[in-house]
Design a binder for this molecule. Structure first.
Ligand code: CO
Length: 209
């Protein structure tokens, strides 16, 4: 007996529905992928990448982890970025965080959570970097919301600081890195107005010659 039968049933229905509106959809897609976007988001089940922007399979290259963090020693994330930029030649990298992020909450609560504390250290670094601004707020949920936003902004910079992205810009490749945040309460995306498309916009400390 096949386990999780309901998921296989749903899959059949989904594939049939798509084939009904475009009989060649899967045949075309099987030959190549040509996405314009790399999405780096949180693993949270409530923030599915393609659904919230109403896109089809083939349109987004995706990497998700807890609290949408881009760490310069994370081979997994860096490999995704390298493949997306150098092979797929995507035009936009979107870091999408979300309000109510459990990873951000855990990074703020000073409790022990086990192995994941090592990952959350990256978010604590963002907190420390912006401690004055965050601690100046009175309400806990305001502090949390602000750290959710600032975490996205810092990850945008982390992406721009990689040699992958800097080399792409150096060679004249058209590539923009965006920072967005999603509200799980109303399903609405907000642009955080960090939009970086050349090396002049990053700090000289990280800029390669
Ligand atoms: Co999250």
């Amino acid at each position: 007996m096949r386990v999780l039968k309901d998921l296989f049933d749903e899959n059949r229905k989904w594939a049939e529905k798509i084939k009904k509106s475009d009989p060649d959809f899967f045949t075309k897609l099987s030959k190549q992928q040509n996405p314009e976007y790399l999405w780096i988001g949180c693993s949270d089940s409530r923030v599915p990448a393609t659904e919230i922007v109403n896109k089809m399979p083939g349109e987004f290259f995706v990497h998700r982890n807890i609290a949408n963090v881009v760490v310069h020693t994370d081979l997994n994330c860096l490999s995704v970025i390298q493949y997306a930029v150098e092979v797929l030649r995507i035009k936009h990298i979107i870091v999408c965080g979300h309000y109510g992020c459990g990873g951000i909450k855990a990074a703020m609560d000073n409790r022990e959570h086990g192995l994941i504390d090592n990952w959350l250290r990256n978010i604590k670094d963002v907190y420390r970097l912006h401690q004055d601004r965050i601690d100046a707020l009175e309400k806990e949920d305001e502090k949390h919301d602000l750290l959710c936003e600032l975490n996205v902004v810092e990850q945008v910079y982390n992406i721009c600081h990689t040699t992958i992205v800097q080399n792409a810009w150096k060679s004249g490749q058209n590539l923009t890195v965006h920072g967005w945040i999603y509200s799980i309460e109303d399903g609405i995306l907000k642009d955080l107005n960090v939009c970086i498309s050349n090396r002049d916009e990053i700090s000289h400390v990280h800029r390669m010659k």
